[in-house]
Design a protein around this ligand. Structure first.
Ligand SMILES: [Zn+2]
Length: 124
């Protein structure tokens, strides 16, 4: 994940990012899935970099997810505006020493002060 999408955020992307927030408000954390190749993206991508298409559909994350890599530096999901204040993060309840690749996590929506909504990864 990088900053390559900066400056290319379209109206459509913003609309779909708003959808992501309204799903969070319903208690659902969603990924996007490319309708052509079936690749799922989280944080959601509004365009499939493999097919170069914007033909994606929303798909709810159910069950556990596996931590592949972890860094203490976080970026907002690519393609999402900073104004939405969505950050991917690990729960504060997870001890730094417990964090390891391959650990099982679940992703849950959380409310933040100031009417903000986000999501975090919690230990299963
Ligand atoms: Zn694709």
């Amino acid at each position: 994940m990088g900053f390559e999408n900066f400056g290319t955020v379209s109206f459509t992307t913003e609309t779909k990012a708003a959808d992501f927030v309204s799903y969070l408000e319903q208690g659902k954390v969603m990924t996007t899935k490319c309708k052509k190749c079936g690749t799922r993206y989280f944080p959601p991508k509004m365009d499939c970099p493999k097919c170069l298409l914007s033909d994606v559909e929303w798909s709810e994350i159910k069950g556990d997810v596996k931590l592949i890599s972890y860094t203490t530096v976080h970026y907002g999901p690519s393609g999402f505006e900073d104004g939405l204040r969505i950050f991917s993060r690990l729960s504060k309840n997870i001890k730094e020493s417990d964090i390891k690749p391959g650990m099982k996590l679940k992703v849950v929506p959380i409310k933040l002060p100031g009417d903000r909504i986000s999501y975090e990864f919690q230990q299963v």
